[in-house]
Each structure stands twice: as structure tokens, then as C-alpha cells.
Design a binder for this molecule. Structure first.
Ligand code: AMP
Length: 449
């Protein structure tokens, strides 16, 4: 039990987002919404908790997410008609979107579904900079029946080109884009078998984690960052040599469309990613070390998931998607803006979010003027101006100090001003002070922008 002297804190791995930083979050989300709408995406909002089985089937029992990171509880029955059910806070949003696609029969609409989401996800990971237990993702899913063209490599390339545009419009510098093809599920089975064979004689030389992965999910060995294992891992068979002709052609067509749009990329044969549902194209965008993210340098990841709908009991609905770590985008923007400022470089596009001063601060002279001050604030705010109202008990000096912190101008409202239907306006930047009639006030304040 906590005592009154030990105040409660946010739970480990979660945090409060406060102004003015939240203005940057709103900015990032509005740029994302603007980009997504230009590419024909619509927003989807799925529940924050789902049946545990959705993630077990959709993400994969063997993944770290499902095997050790989910917040799962037994939801007790509350009525005779209700059964107890295992529920889980969503660790990612793709499974939920595909479940909604199946449940609402979106496939029967016949066209390509282009959906985006913005929301919190939950994983019980070890918290560190850029890694939280509640974090935010901005993601996109493009899926539909085969007849809608959902399998086409142009869909992959379009999503990737859109990501490059989004990061550029946000002002993220130096992003690096790596991609790979993990082939069809048959390709992966053959590759998995080859990996197991290659790992068998060298397994004992690998770190403990990799020895376990070599047994349970050999693809995950490729993800390993253990420095001692790198030479051995680099010498393992490459998935590119196990792709069938259709997967090879698909990947080549994605690359050709990226080349045509001049989106720079690197092929990384080891990029297989942690989730089981990926097929064919997989990708990751990172920023170099030292740009805000420390070791957690992946800004976003994604890939194609042609078999996921069937895994969840739905119709064939090939698709591709990505999830951006919004927390990491924000950390990167902040670190890059800071570095640019220190280097005396011109401002970044991202600095447009920096909290702005209000148009005016109304200072009532004496508590009797408070009602008139609130009425004036209402009038000016309804005219589109941003206004703060002080309090009549403040002395003039205190009002000026408070106003200077938050607003461009101060409006002094004394007995005389109220009686003559005027206001005294001082502009801080110029030091100019004038008595203005109420009828001209909105125009006068607007002209001071
Ligand atoms: P994933 O869903 O694992 O493919 O992750 C996609 C992106 O979400 C990653 O590239 C990260 O930017 C972000 N992300 C994943 N896990 C976390 C976490 N625990 N905290 C913050 N961001 C995360």
C-alpha cells in the first residue's frame, strides 16, 4: 500500500505526454493524415483489447510478442449468458484490422481497402529510451481480394514511396530504408529447413538466445544483434536463394517501381522481422545512431502478409502494411532539431509545431472587471483570436509579466475602458500602447499578427 507521503506514479514503461510536447504529436499526426488522404486512405479505429486468440493466431505463438510480451487477463463472466474469456491489450494493430476486414466483409466490396490507424499499443518489454510498454503506432494496411490487385508489386512500391514522402514532409533527416523478400510461405518452409540444417553443426558456438531460436524459430537467429555471432550468421544461407520464380519476379517488380520513383533503398538479406505473418516484401526504416533513438533505431517496420486473412479464418485477402513508432518519430525530430540548432543550421520543417504565443492576454483591473473580461474574451475567441484571461486581483505588474510570457499583446480592461466601450492594447514587440474602440478591436489585433 502506498502511504499519503509517497505520491503515485505512472506505471513503469508508460508516460504522460504534456504540452508543449503534445503540439508536436498533433503536428506529426496531422501531417500523416494529410499524406494518407492524398494517397486515398481512410481511417480505421479498432478496439484496444481483443480476444487473445487473435494475436496467438495472427502474430504467432512462437514470437517474442505473443510468448512473453502481451498483457493478457482472464475476463470473468458477469452474467449467465457470458463466458469467461481470455483478453489481451493489443500489442500491434494489423491483426485487429484484418479481423475487422473479415468481420465486416470488406472484401465483398470488391475494391482495394486502404486503411490507416493511429493509436496506442502495449508490450511488456524492458523499458529504455525509445522502448515503452505503452507506445503509439501510426500504421497503414492495404488489402483486398486478389481481383482488386492487392497482390500487385505496385501496391508494395506505392506504400514504400508514401513512407519516404511522409518522412520527408515531417522533416526527418538521414532516414535509411532497407528491404528484403522473405518469399511465400512455401519458400520460407524450404529456407527454414536449410537454416536448421546449416545451424545444426554450429549451434553450440552461438549465444544462449540464438541456440534457443535455432530450435524454435531459426529465422529469428538472423535478427540477432549479438556481436560474437555475426560472422557465423553472415555465413548462413540467404533467403534470396530459396525464392521461387513468382516471388523473385514480384521482388524485382517492387524494386523497379522504387527505382522509377527515385526512392533510395538498400537490400538487406537478413531482414526477416519478428512476426510470423510476413510474406514476400519486408522492410524497415532506421535513423543512424546518435539521432535520438540510441540502440532502438528502427523508426518503422512492415511487410506483406498474403496469408494472414486465411490464418484468421477469413477469405484470401493479400495485403501489405507498416507501423511507424510514433514515440520514436518524435524523439528523432526533437534530437535532429536540437542538433540543427546547436550547429546554427536553418530551422527544420518540424519546428513549425513549436508552441505559439496567443494573440492577446486580457487583464481586468480589479475583480469587479472579471465578468466584463470574460465577456470580451468570449467575443474575441468567437472571432477566431486566441485569448488568455487574467484575474482582477493581479496587480498591473504581475499582469504584464504573465501576459508577456504567453501572448503578443495585453488588453487592459479598467473602469474607464468598460465605461467608454474601449480597450487599452499594448503590443510587446514594439512597446506601442493605444486605446482602441471595441468595434475596431478584432481588426486591430488581427493586424498585429
Ligand atoms: P513492429 O510492430 O514490432 O513491427 O514495430 C513497428 C515499429 O513500432 C518499430 O519500428 C518501432 O518504431 C515501434 N515500436 C515497437 N515496439 C515498441 C516499443 N516497445 N516502444 C516504442 N516503439 C515501439
Amino acid at each position: 500500500m502506498s502511504t499519503p507521503s509517497s505520491p503515485l506514479k505512472a506505471v513503469r514503461g508508460t508516460r504522460d505526454l504534456l504540452p508543449p510536447e503534445t503540439a508536436l504529436w498533433v503536428h506529426v499526426e496531422s501531417v500523416a493524415r494529410s499524406v494518407f488522404s492524398r494517397y486515398g486512405f481512410g481511417e480505421i479505429r479498432t478496439p484496444i483489447f481483443e480476444a487473445t486468440e487473435l494475436f496467438a493466431r495472427g502474430v504467432g505463438e512462437e514470437t517474442d510478442i505473443v510468448s512473453k510480451e502481451m498483457y493478457t487477463w482472464e475476463d470473468r463472466a458477469r452474467a449467465q449468458s457470458e463466458k469467461a474469456q481470455s483478453l489481451t491489450l493489443r500489442p500491434e494493430n494489423t491483426a485487429g484490422v484484418v479481423r475487422a476486414y473479415i468481420e465486416h466483409k470488406l472484401g465483398e466490396r470488391g475494391d482495394l481497402q486502404k486503411l490507416f490507424y493511429i493509436g496506442p499499443q502495449f508490450r511488456r518489454e524492458r523499458p529504455q529510451r525509445g522502448r515503452y510498454r505503452q507506445f503509439w503506432q501510426i500504421g497503414v494496411e492495404v488489402l483486398g481480394p486478389v481481383s482488386s490487385g492487392a497482390e500487385s508489386p505496385i501496391r508494395d512500391a506505392e506504400v514504400l514511396e508514401m513512407l519516404a514522402t511522409l518522412l520527408d514532409e515531417l522533416g526527418i533527416r538521414n532516414w535509411q530504408f532497407q528491404l528484403n523478400s522473405v518469399g511465400s510461405s512455401e519458400d520460407r518452409q524450404r529456407y527454414n529447413a536449410a537454416l536448421r540444417e546449416a545451424l545444426a553443426p554450429i549451434k553450440h558456438q552461438l549465444c544462449e538466445d540464438n541456440q534457443r531460436r535455432a530450435e524454435t524459430n531459426p529465422l529469428r537467429v538472423l535478427d540477432s544483434k549479438d556481436p560474437n555471432d555475426q560472422d557465423l550468421i553472415n555465413a548462413l544461407p540467404k533467403i534470396a536463394d530459396y525464392l521461387d520464380e513468382a516471388s523473385r519476379d514480384h521482388f524485382a517488380a517492387v524494386l523497379a517501381a522504387l527505382d522509377a520513383s527515385s526512392v533510395p533503398y538498400t537490400i538487406n538479406p537478413r531482414l526477416v522481422r519478428g512476426l510470423d505473418y510476413y510474406t514476400r516484401t519486408t522492410f524497415e526504416f532506421t535513423v543512424p545512431d546518435g539521432q535520438g533513438l540510441g540502440t532502438q533505431n528502427a523508426l518503422l517496420g512492415g511487410g506483406r502478409y498474403d496469408g494472414l486473412s486465411e490464418m484468421l479464418g477469413g477469405p484470401k485477402a493479400p495485403g501489405i502494411g507498416f507501423a511507424i513508432g510514433e514515440d520514436r518519430l518524435i524523439l528523432t525530430l526533437q534530437a535532429q532539431a536540437e542538433a540543427a540548432k546547436n550547429a546554427g543550421a536553418p530551422g527544420l520543417a518540424s519546428e513549425t509545431w513549436v508552441s505559439k504565443k496567443l494573440d492577446a492576454y486580457i487583464a481586468p483591473m480589479g475583480p469587479e472587471r472579471n465578468p466584463a473580461a470574460l465577456a470580451l474574451a468570449r467575443e474575441l475567441r468567437r472571432a477566431g483570436l486566441s485569448i488568455e484571461v487574467g484575474d482582477g486581483t493581479f496587480r498591473l505588474k504581475k499582469s504584464f509579466e504573465a501576459a508577456d510570457k504567453v501572448a503578443h499583446t495585453i488588453i487592459i480592461l479598467g473602469e474607464d475602458e468598460v465605461a467608454t466601450n474601449t480597450a487599452t492594447v499594448k503590443t510587446f514587440a514594439t512597446g506601442e500602447q493605444k486605446k482602441i474602440s471595441r468595434a475596431d478591436l478584432v481588426e486591430a489585433l488581427n493586424s498585429k499578427q
